[in-house]
Design a protein around this ligand. Structure first.
Ligand code: 3PG
Length: 210
Protein backbone atom coordinates (compact mmCIF):
# COMPACT_ATOMS: atom_id res chain seq x y z
CA UNK A 1 0.00 0.00 0.00
CA UNK A 2 1.27 3.49 -0.77
CA UNK A 3 2.31 5.81 2.05
CA UNK A 4 0.22 8.70 3.36
CA UNK A 5 1.70 12.02 2.20
CA UNK A 6 2.39 14.89 4.61
CA UNK A 7 1.31 17.69 2.28
CA UNK A 8 -0.77 16.79 -0.72
CA UNK A 9 0.13 19.99 -2.50
CA UNK A 10 3.88 19.48 -2.45
CA UNK A 11 4.19 15.99 -3.89
CA UNK A 12 4.25 16.81 -7.58
CA UNK A 13 3.53 19.92 -9.71
CA UNK A 14 0.66 18.17 -11.51
CA UNK A 15 -1.70 15.57 -10.05
CA UNK A 16 -3.03 13.35 -12.85
CA UNK A 17 -6.82 13.10 -12.58
CA UNK A 18 -7.89 9.79 -14.05
CA UNK A 19 -11.31 8.52 -15.12
CA UNK A 20 -11.11 4.78 -15.72
CA UNK A 21 -13.71 2.66 -17.49
CA UNK A 22 -11.54 -0.42 -17.82
CA UNK A 23 -10.19 -2.04 -14.68
CA UNK A 24 -7.44 -3.73 -16.67
CA UNK A 25 -5.98 -0.30 -17.50
CA UNK A 26 -5.57 0.69 -13.84
CA UNK A 27 -2.17 -0.84 -13.12
CA UNK A 28 -0.59 0.01 -16.51
CA UNK A 29 -1.73 3.64 -16.19
CA UNK A 30 -0.25 3.88 -12.72
CA UNK A 31 3.02 2.32 -13.88
CA UNK A 32 3.17 4.71 -16.86
CA UNK A 33 2.78 7.71 -14.55
CA UNK A 34 5.53 6.44 -12.25
CA UNK A 35 7.79 5.79 -15.24
CA UNK A 36 7.25 9.36 -16.41
CA UNK A 37 8.12 10.81 -13.02
CA UNK A 38 4.65 11.52 -11.60
CA UNK A 39 4.15 9.04 -8.76
CA UNK A 40 0.72 10.37 -7.77
CA UNK A 41 -2.72 9.57 -9.14
CA UNK A 42 -6.22 10.83 -8.36
CA UNK A 43 -8.60 8.08 -9.42
CA UNK A 44 -12.08 9.52 -9.73
CA UNK A 45 -15.05 7.68 -8.25
CA UNK A 46 -17.08 8.28 -11.40
CA UNK A 47 -17.09 4.82 -12.89
CA UNK A 48 -18.20 1.43 -11.58
CA UNK A 49 -14.64 0.09 -11.58
CA UNK A 50 -13.14 2.96 -9.58
CA UNK A 51 -12.90 1.30 -6.16
CA UNK A 52 -11.50 -1.90 -7.64
CA UNK A 53 -9.01 0.19 -9.62
CA UNK A 54 -7.85 1.91 -6.42
CA UNK A 55 -7.50 -1.50 -4.78
CA UNK A 56 -5.47 -2.88 -7.70
CA UNK A 57 -3.14 0.11 -7.86
CA UNK A 58 -2.63 0.20 -4.09
CA UNK A 59 -1.74 -3.50 -4.14
CA UNK A 60 0.36 -3.67 -7.28
CA UNK A 61 1.99 -0.24 -7.64
CA UNK A 62 3.11 0.63 -4.10
CA UNK A 63 5.47 3.34 -5.35
CA UNK A 64 2.55 5.55 -6.40
CA UNK A 65 0.51 7.66 -3.99
CA UNK A 66 -3.06 6.94 -4.88
CA UNK A 67 -6.00 9.14 -3.98
CA UNK A 68 -9.72 8.96 -4.64
CA UNK A 69 -11.29 11.89 -6.45
CA UNK A 70 -14.89 12.98 -7.00
CA UNK A 71 -15.86 12.08 -3.43
CA UNK A 72 -19.37 13.55 -3.39
CA UNK A 73 -21.20 11.36 -0.86
CA UNK A 74 -20.09 10.77 2.72
CA UNK A 75 -20.08 6.95 2.43
CA UNK A 76 -17.58 7.14 -0.45
CA UNK A 77 -14.89 8.51 1.85
CA UNK A 78 -14.78 5.34 3.96
CA UNK A 79 -15.13 3.08 0.92
CA UNK A 80 -12.18 4.76 -0.78
CA UNK A 81 -10.08 4.52 2.37
CA UNK A 82 -10.93 0.83 2.72
CA UNK A 83 -9.96 0.25 -0.91
CA UNK A 84 -6.49 1.65 -0.20
CA UNK A 85 -6.69 5.34 -1.07
CA UNK A 86 -4.04 7.48 0.64
CA UNK A 87 -5.88 10.77 0.14
CA UNK A 88 -9.31 12.05 -0.82
CA UNK A 89 -10.45 14.87 -3.10
CA UNK A 90 -13.95 16.31 -3.39
CA UNK A 91 -15.23 18.77 -6.00
CA UNK A 92 -17.20 20.68 -3.35
CA UNK A 93 -17.74 20.44 0.37
CA UNK A 94 -20.57 20.27 2.86
CA UNK A 95 -20.09 19.94 6.64
CA UNK A 96 -21.22 16.29 6.39
CA UNK A 97 -18.79 15.49 3.60
CA UNK A 98 -15.94 17.27 5.40
CA UNK A 99 -16.71 15.25 8.53
CA UNK A 100 -16.78 11.97 6.61
CA UNK A 101 -13.45 12.70 4.94
CA UNK A 102 -11.89 13.75 8.24
CA UNK A 103 -13.17 10.58 9.93
CA UNK A 104 -11.04 8.47 7.60
CA UNK A 105 -7.88 9.96 9.09
CA UNK A 106 -6.56 10.53 5.55
CA UNK A 107 -5.43 13.89 4.18
CA UNK A 108 -8.04 15.40 1.90
CA UNK A 109 -8.65 18.35 -0.41
CA UNK A 110 -12.17 19.78 -0.16
CA UNK A 111 -13.40 21.53 -3.28
CA UNK A 112 -14.03 25.28 -3.20
CA UNK A 113 -14.96 27.83 -5.85
CA UNK A 114 -15.82 31.01 -3.91
CA UNK A 115 -14.32 33.07 -1.09
CA UNK A 116 -17.17 32.05 1.20
CA UNK A 117 -16.48 28.37 0.52
CA UNK A 118 -12.80 28.93 1.23
CA UNK A 119 -13.69 30.65 4.52
CA UNK A 120 -16.02 27.79 5.46
CA UNK A 121 -13.27 25.24 4.77
CA UNK A 122 -10.78 27.26 6.83
CA UNK A 123 -13.29 27.31 9.70
CA UNK A 124 -13.21 23.51 9.56
CA UNK A 125 -9.42 23.58 9.83
CA UNK A 126 -8.74 22.81 6.17
CA UNK A 127 -6.00 24.95 4.66
CA UNK A 128 -5.18 22.79 1.61
CA UNK A 129 -8.03 23.02 -0.85
CA UNK A 130 -9.07 22.11 -4.35
CA UNK A 131 -10.23 25.01 -6.53
CA UNK A 132 -12.83 23.60 -8.90
CA UNK A 133 -13.80 24.05 -11.66
CA UNK A 134 -10.76 26.29 -11.96
CA UNK A 135 -11.03 27.73 -15.45
CA UNK A 136 -14.78 28.21 -15.21
CA UNK A 137 -14.61 29.80 -11.74
CA UNK A 138 -12.23 32.62 -12.52
CA UNK A 139 -9.00 30.79 -13.20
CA UNK A 140 -5.58 31.97 -12.12
CA UNK A 141 -6.79 35.59 -11.90
CA UNK A 142 -9.28 34.60 -9.19
CA UNK A 143 -6.66 32.78 -7.15
CA UNK A 144 -4.24 35.66 -7.49
CA UNK A 145 -6.81 38.17 -6.31
CA UNK A 146 -7.69 36.19 -3.17
CA UNK A 147 -4.11 35.33 -2.19
CA UNK A 148 -3.73 38.37 0.07
CA UNK A 149 -7.32 38.06 1.37
CA UNK A 150 -7.12 34.45 2.53
CA UNK A 151 -3.36 33.82 2.77
CA UNK A 152 -3.88 30.73 4.93
CA UNK A 153 -5.46 28.86 2.03
CA UNK A 154 -3.36 26.93 -0.49
CA UNK A 155 -4.85 25.37 -3.58
CA UNK A 156 -4.76 22.63 -6.12
CA UNK A 157 -6.74 24.17 -8.98
CA UNK A 158 -8.37 21.62 -11.25
CA UNK A 159 -10.84 21.74 -14.11
CA UNK A 160 -10.05 22.86 -17.62
CA UNK A 161 -6.32 23.25 -16.96
CA UNK A 162 -3.93 22.24 -19.75
CA UNK A 163 -0.20 21.81 -20.20
CA UNK A 164 -0.23 25.35 -21.64
CA UNK A 165 -2.15 27.00 -18.79
CA UNK A 166 -0.62 25.06 -15.88
CA UNK A 167 2.52 27.26 -15.55
CA UNK A 168 0.42 30.39 -14.93
CA UNK A 169 -1.26 28.68 -11.98
CA UNK A 170 1.97 27.15 -10.68
CA UNK A 171 3.58 30.60 -10.53
CA UNK A 172 1.04 31.78 -7.94
CA UNK A 173 2.08 31.87 -4.26
CA UNK A 174 -1.12 30.16 -3.11
CA UNK A 175 -0.90 27.26 -5.56
CA UNK A 176 1.03 24.15 -4.59
CA UNK A 177 0.12 21.99 -7.56
CA UNK A 178 -2.54 21.72 -10.25
CA UNK A 179 -4.71 18.77 -11.22
CA UNK A 180 -5.72 17.70 -14.67
CA UNK A 181 -6.79 14.87 -16.90
CA UNK A 182 -4.63 15.89 -19.87
CA UNK A 183 -1.86 13.53 -18.79
CA UNK A 184 -4.06 10.47 -19.24
CA UNK A 185 -6.22 11.22 -22.32
CA UNK A 186 -9.09 8.77 -22.75
CA UNK A 187 -7.93 7.74 -26.22
CA UNK A 188 -4.44 6.94 -24.95
CA UNK A 189 -5.83 4.84 -22.11
CA UNK A 190 -8.18 2.99 -24.49
CA UNK A 191 -5.35 2.33 -26.92
CA UNK A 192 -2.93 1.23 -24.20
CA UNK A 193 -0.54 4.00 -25.28
CA UNK A 194 1.44 3.83 -22.03
CA UNK A 195 4.56 5.45 -23.47
CA UNK A 196 2.56 8.46 -24.55
CA UNK A 197 1.19 8.75 -21.01
CA UNK A 198 4.71 8.46 -19.60
CA UNK A 199 5.86 11.23 -21.95
CA UNK A 200 2.98 13.51 -20.90
CA UNK A 201 3.73 12.72 -17.24
CA UNK A 202 7.39 13.58 -17.81
CA UNK A 203 6.51 16.96 -19.30
CA UNK A 204 4.16 17.70 -16.42
CA UNK A 205 6.68 16.58 -13.80
CA UNK A 206 9.18 19.07 -15.21
CA UNK A 207 6.91 22.08 -14.63
CA UNK A 208 8.21 24.39 -11.94
CA UNK A 209 6.24 25.50 -8.90
CA UNK A 210 6.51 28.94 -7.25
C1 3PG B 1 -11.54 16.86 -11.76
O1 3PG B 1 -12.22 15.94 -11.41
O2 3PG B 1 -10.75 17.43 -11.00
C2 3PG B 1 -11.69 17.39 -13.13
O3 3PG B 1 -12.67 16.73 -13.84
C3 3PG B 1 -10.46 17.37 -13.93
O4 3PG B 1 -10.67 18.36 -14.82
P1 3PG B 1 -10.15 18.27 -16.32
O5 3PG B 1 -10.70 16.96 -16.87
O6 3PG B 1 -10.73 19.47 -16.98
O7 3PG B 1 -8.65 18.28 -16.27
Amino acid sequence: MSSTPESLLDLVPVVPVVVLDDLDAAVPVARALVAGGLPVIELTLRTPVALDAIRAIADEVPEITIGAGTVVEPHQAKEAASAGASFLVSPGATPTLLGAMRDTGLPFLPGTATVSEVLAALEHGCTELKFFPAEQSGGAAFLQSISSVVPAARFCPTGGITAASAPTYLALPNVGCVGGSWITPADAVRAGAWERISDLAGEAAALATA
